[in-house]
Design a protein around this ligand. Structure first.
Ligand SMILES: Nc1nc2c(ncn2[C@@H]2O[C@H](COP(=O)(O)OP(=O)(O)OP(=O)(O)O)[C@@H](O)[C@H]2O)c(=O)[nH]1
Ligand SMILES: [Mg+2]
Length: 295
């Protein structure tokens, strides 16, 4: 059997729906999603294998102006992801003007000679007339092979996007086994699930200053998985908020996370969580690397 593969980067400003799109394409939740910008911190592959074709979608952190070492890492991860791939999907909001982040990404795409598709996301939130204006603005750049309006939430237009992606597939052996949906180790998925719940339950800067480390991940003979996780935050006051009154907040976060961990692992999970302070870790090269944010 002749197999073919396509590696396709999904890039865009924070919060446009890149991870939601990745999950929809894969048909499984492999990337965390929240209504706060800068949810994704690492490149994550979502893998789709259909017959003799394999598509590897590279979900990237939102492209932004970095203010911390962690931010530098995230922005570099996006830049690197636009090289050496078969195509890039630039995801944008349905807004009829090209913002600074989009401009910078388009410059990158052009500089790397990377074929590009534009996905105008969140079309469930706009009128048709408005959408035509958005299409016109981006068509004028002449950079995109195709412009596809989509809703990563409802799945509208995603089939069409997938058809276009198929045009970039080239003959090659599969890059991953045909039954895997992500390149992330299970431990990392568990840590990410906990970080998602922190983003959902906490306000403002607190979740952005958290990192999660899985210190134990063991399976018992009967299949139950024991997970110990440490949540690092930047200030003692944040620790108090994360734990909450009589531990109520941490309990809420842990319960929500455990449910998702069980769904992903397909078995019962015992999750124990601790909270520790590491002052300003996002500005420390050493700690950023230590928490796994490195290539
Ligand atoms: N209405 C609507 N909301 C969407 C759509 N796609 C994503 N969202 C919402 O947009 C928010 C951001 O989604 P994410 O998938 O986390 O966005 P992202 O681009 O990965 O964000 P970063 O990782 O921070 O760069 C979430 O609240 C999603 O539910 C869509 O098609 N329609
Ligand atoms: Mg994301």
């Amino acid at each position: 059997m002749n197999t073919k593969t396509a590696i396709i980067t999904i890039a865009g400003r924070p919060n446009v729906g890149k991870s939601t799109l990745t999950n929809f394409l894969v048909g499984e939740k492999i990337a965390i999603v929240s209504n706060k910008p800068q949810t994704t911190r690492n490149r994550i592959c979502g893998i789709v294998t259909k017959g003799n074709s394999q598509y590897v979608f590279v979900d990237t952190p939102g492209f932004h102006k970095a203010r911390t070492k962690l931010g530098d890492y995230m922005v570099n991860a996006v830049r690197d992801s636009i090289s050496d791939v078969d195509a890039t999907i630039l995801v944008v909001e349905p807004i009829a003007s090209i913002g600074a982040q989009e401009e910078a990404l388009i410059e990158n795409i052009v500089a790397k000679h990377c074929p590009a598709i534009l996905a105008i996301n969140k079309i469930d939130t706009v009128e048709k007339d408005k959408l035509l204006e958005v299409i016109a603005v981006y068509a004028e750049t002449g950079v995109f092979d195709a412009i596809i309006p989509i809703s990563a939430k409802t799945g509208d237009g995603v089939d069409k996007l997938m058809e276009i992606c198929d045009q970039y597939a080239i003959e090659s052996p599969f890059l991953f086994p045909d039954d895997v949906t992500t390149d992330q180790p299970e431990r990392q998925v568990m840590a990410e699930i906990i970080r998602e719940k922190l983003l959902w339950c906490l306000d403002k800067e607190i979740p952005h200053g958290t990192a999660v480390e899985i210190t134990t991940f063991t399976e018992r003979d009967n299949g139950i998985i024991d997970i110990d996780a440490t949540i690092f935050c930047e200030k003692a006051s944040h620790k108090g908020i994360i734990i909450g009154k009589q531990g109520a907040m941490l309990k809420k976060i842990s319960t929500m996370a455990r449910n998702d961990c069980e769904k992903f692992m397909g078995t019962k999970v015992y999750l124990t969580t601790w909270v520790k302070v590491k002052e300003n870790w996002r500005d420390s090269d050493f700690l950023v690397k230590n928490f796994g944010y490195r290539e």
